[in-house]
Every structure is written in C-alpha cells, then in structure tokens.
Design a protein around this ligand. Structure first.
Ligand code: CP
Ligand code: NVA
Length: 308
C-alpha cells in the first residue's frame, strides 16, 4: 500500500507515471468512469478549500465512487475526545482511501503510520503534493517537456507549496530558484533533501534573497499567497512589508524568458503576491492549473486504489 504524504517519498518514475495517467484521464475521462465503483473517499478538512475539495469530490463522482466531506471541527478528534490512531483505524474499516487537509504535518504522518488504507496529504503546514502534481501536469502541457526547464518561485519560501515544488522539480530534473527574504527561507531539511535530488537528477536548486536573480531566464514563474491559511491575521502587515520586493509584477516578469508562463496555485490576491496585470495577463495559466487539480487528483486516486 502506498500513501501520498510528500513528493520526496515518490521516485521520479512514480511521479512521471501519475502525470502520464493524469494526461490520459484528462484526454479520455470516459475510459475511467467506473474505475472506483463502490469505493469511498473520506475528505477531512481542518482548513478551508475550494479547489482541493472540488477536485477530489468531483473526481470520485466521475470515477464512479463516493466522497464524504468531513469538517474536522465536528469530529471527536478535534475535541480531544478521540486519538488520531483510533480514528484512522475506524476510518480504515469503512473507507477505501482518505485525504486530509491539516494544520500539523506530524498529524498526517501519524495517520499514515496507523492507517490500513492509502492516506493523501491534501495540504499541511509543510507540504502540498497534490497541488504540485497538477502544476507539473500544467507545465508539461504548456512547455511540452519538464527536464531542463527553470522554474522560479517568488515570495514566501517557508511554505507548503514551495516545499513541494522543490521536491517535485528536483526529482524530475527541473531547475528551481526560490527567491525569498532571509526571514522566510524554505525549511532546512527540505532544502537538504532537494539538494540531494538535484544532484541525482542533474539540475540546479538555487535559494536566494534576490528576486531578480531568482526569476532570471525562468520558463515558469510561480508565486503563492503571502497569508497562507494557517498564518494569523495580525502578521499580515509585517508580511506584506517583507514580501513586497518579491511581488510578481510586469517589471519583474521582464527578467523571465519572454515566453514564460505564470502560475499561482490559488487562491490569489491581486496587488499582493502578484499584480492584476500578471495574473490576468496573457502569460498566466492559473485556471488551466486549477482545472488540472481534477485530472491529477483522479490519477492519484486511481493509482493509490490500485485501479490503474
Ligand atoms: N490550491 C488549493 O489547494 O486551493 P484550495 O485551498 O481552494 O483547495
Ligand atoms: N500556501 C497556501 C496554499 C493554499 C492552497 C496555504 O497554505 O494557504
């Protein structure tokens, strides 16, 4: 049995395999219409969501199965009345696969340790692997290749999406530059692992506080919210000040390749991590990226349930 907790746990072959399936699922959805008949996905949410909830719930419907939305604030777990271990053992007796969007990464690791069914990380404070599978699918569609490209990430480096991009890109030989302020650099252990993957796959990982160096000659420019779901509101003003030099605007985009695409996992705020001219401009692929969550998540479900 396999889980999707972090892309660092998946080999390049496994990632490419699921991307190939995602492309097939997108091209010929009817071929998979009954692949998960009678199967149930439990979707546990401690934080809000639009894309992740829709893609998994609609994905299960389209594959012939069923998805249950479970608001964690209504669970015995959140009241401290039941342990994660007991809960996941019960879930394993009734469901076929479970996904969870949680605050603490340690909690999803604990779930995976005690689960008898596949566990999918639907975002924690540490990582967001499902998002990055859809991102890689989008890059492959738009650029026709992955290996050898340069992806530049601008903004909050100590961030779940950033960490998963670092794992996914370096696994597949995509050069990646993270441009972040000193105070918000990626987690050290993520950088160390990604450095090792970069050596293995023959690409470069650059972490810099210089936004121009990060974006220079990039094929893909990526940014994410400065106010992730878990960040307290009272940090907003300080974070806006800290990240403003990393805002993706038309001026900064001039340093990327002229045919660079712009990505944001969404939700996005115009005037913060990017300007409206960029996210609503011709280089932006953010809605193709959002749509690919559906196809990529269907591929993940099919693989983990052993149906493809
Ligand atoms: N990108 C993403 O995960 O979006 P949601 O928070 O809406 O699920
Ligand atoms: N970094 C963002 C991603 C949202 C999909 C967050 O954690 O809120």
């Amino acid at each position: 049995m396999k889980h999707l907790i972090s892309l660092k746990d998946w080999s390049a072959e496994e990632i490419l395999d699921v991307l190939k399936l995602a492309a097939e699922v997108k091209a010929e959805p009817q071929n998979y219409a009954g692949a998960l008949t009678q199967k149930t996905l439990l979707m546990m949410f401690e934080k809000p969501s639009l894309r992740t909830r829709l893609s998994f719930e609609i994905g299960m419907t389209q594959l012939g199965g069923h998805a249950i939305y479970y608001d964690m604030s209504t669970s015995p777990m959140s009241g401290g009345k039941e342990t994660i271990e007991d809960s996941i053992k019960v879930i394993s007796r009734m469901c076929n696969v479970v996904m969870a969007r949680l605050f603490n990464h340690a909690d999803i690791l604990k779930m995976a340790e005690h689960a008898a069914i596949p566990v999918i990380n639907a975002l924690t404070d540490n990582s967001h692997p499902c998002q990055v599978l859809a991102d890689l699918q989008t890059i492959q569609e738009k650029k026709g290749t992955l290996k050898g490209l340069k992806l530049a990430y601008l903004g909050d480096g100590f961030n779940n999406v950033t960490h998963s991009l670092m794992n996914g890109c370096t696994r597949l030989g995509i050069n990646i530059s993270v441009g972040s302020p000193e105070e918000q650099m990626p987690a050290v252990e993520v950088t160390e692992t990604a450095m090792r993957f970069a050596q293995e796959s023959g690409c470069e990982l650059v972490i810099t506080d210089d936004p121009v160096e990060a974006i220079k000659d990039a094929d893909v420019v990526y940014t994410d919210s400065w106010m992730s779901y878990h960040i307290p509101k009272d940090e907003e003003a300080a974070r806006i000040k800290l990240f403003t030099p990393y805002q993706v605007n038309a001026e900064l985009m001039k340093h990327a390749k002229p045919d660079a695409i712009f990505m944001n996992c969404l939700p996005a705020l115009r005037g913060c991590e990017q300007t409206a001219e960029v996210i609503d401009g011709p280089q932006s692929v953010v809605f193709d990226e959002a749509e690919n969550r559906l196809h990529a998540q269907k591929a993940v479900l099919l693989k983990l349930c052993g149906a493809a």
